[in-house]
Design a binder for this molecule. Structure first.
Ligand SMILES: Cc1ncc(COP(=O)(O)O)c(C=O)c1O
Length: 392
């Protein structure tokens, strides 16, 4: 890769394929796996996943038409707050498999635009559960996502009077960042609550979608969510709910590990004794560390080719803050991370850049060029211990 090719995103599609196969194999029967396209809707990533998932979860009309275009036969669930009348109309025309209903207003809108059609819905609930310390809580406290349990009653009344709307079950995406034991405990709690609610309200509950949120720990890149513990733990949980289908819709934990953002050091500076490496690109390409306030794990790829007639600026055996080219102190990719040596011209490859990375970034800010995108496809994946698997 020459410096003109940088920055670049590199997506490891064979690695992704292997990872999703591991996820799939770990899940017991009666668990359906959807991929949350919002994590990364790169066309080749979606096509790679299409063969291994039971469908896709989309959260906008844009995602819906993008996914439908790439995977015409894939079942699609449409969720997310604030669906417009136009989006709902398109979703019904596109034959979405499930609509996740966020509110009574939204349900009324669906019945207005439904015409002669039929639609399968899940009602999204915000359960008052204590989620403890989680990376991102979408429920368990007042939030714009889903409905309070008491608000489901009005939806049941509306559904009872509209035979075109079939209630399949409930949707509860409550938190992101839970590791397998915590995720299992939450699923158990949610399913018990859902069955009790269904009994009390005379609802024939066919399925519960517990959303995504399987943990990805950017500080411990090797501690991947333990899908085998999760899958094994689900078996006894599901045995207690013999008629239920469980749906999950992870995003981050599926694609985070397959993406790399590769760039180059433009300058090394010292400010009041502290080392800063200014990189080509920045958080307008990879907003994940700014959004989540973490240090993005990275690997230095030394480049020994130095042809300038002056001493090469470098930082050695010291903490360095890696920043981008933006005129804002928030443009930090990793802060005060020890490096053995980092020089102007060296390459830096940021790992775990396959989810909520390019697609959540503010690309237009300062009008820098966009990165290139490369897809490793059916190339030999380096064995552990070689460059591609080392992360700081
Ligand atoms: C409703 C819903 N489902 C699934 C996801 C995917 O979550 P994650 O990428 O953390 O697995 C999200 C993320 O915000 C979501 O809001």
């Amino acid at each position: 890769m020459t410096e003109d090719d940088l920055p670049a995103y590199v997506y490891d599609l064979p690695g992704l394929r292997e990872h999703v196969q591991v996820i799939r194999a770990a899940l017991p029967e009666r668990v359906e796996l959807l991929y949350a396209a919002k994590a990364n809707s790169d066309p080749r990533i979606l096509r790679t996943l299409a063969g291994y998932v039971d469908g896709f979860e989309v959260a906008s009309g844009g995602e819906l038409s993008h996914v439908r275009g790439l995977a015409p036969d894939a079942p699609i669930s449409f969720g997310g707050p604030g669906k417009t009348e136009t989006e709902l109309t398109c979703a019904l025309h596109a034959g979405v498999e499930r609509l996740h209903i966020e509110s009574e207003q939204e349900l009324r809108l669906v019945s207005t635009v439904l015409g002669d059609g039929l639609v399968n819905v899940l009602l999204r609930v915000n359960l008052p559960v204590d989620l403890g310390q989680v990376a991102l809580a979408m429920g368990g406290h007042p939030s714009p996502f889903g409905m309070d349990p008491a608000q489901l009653d009005r939806c049941l009344e509306l559904i009872a009077t509209d035979p075109r709307i079939r209630l399949r079950g409930l949707h509860l995406h409550l938190a992101s960042g839970l590791q397998a034991p915590a995720q299992l405990a939450l699923v158990d709690k949610v399913l018990n609550w859902a069955e009790a609610w269904a009994r009390e309200h005379g609802v024939d509950l066919a399925e519960v979608n517990v959303g995504g949120g399987m943990g990805v720990d950017y500080a411990r890149p090797y501690e991947v969510f333990d899908w085998s513990v999760f899958g094994a733990g689900l078996r006894p949980v599901l045995a207690r709910h013999p008629r239920l289908t469980l749906r999950i819709e992870p995003g981050r934990s599926v694609t985070a590990y397959c993406g790399w953002y590769v760039t180059q050091v433009l300058d090394i500076k010292f400010s009041r004794g502290q080392a800063f490496a200014v990189l080509r690109g920045g958080t307008h390409h990879l907003r994940t560390p700014a959004a989540k306030q973490h240090d993005q794990p990275f690997e230095v790829i030394p480049d020994d080719d130095w042809r300038r007639p002056w001493d090469r600026p470098e930082a050695r055996d010291e903490p360095v803050t890696l920043v981008g080219q933006l005129c804002t102190p928030k443009d930090v990719l990793a802060r005060g991370v020890m490096v053995e040596r980092l020089r102007v011209g060296d390459r830096v490859a940021f790992a775990m850049a396959g989810a909520y990375a390019w697609n959540i970034s503010h690309h237009a800010f300062l009008m820098h060029p966009h990165p290139a995108f490369h897809h490793l496809d059916d190339v030999e994946v380096p064995a552990p211990g070689t460059y591609a698997h080392q992360m700081s």
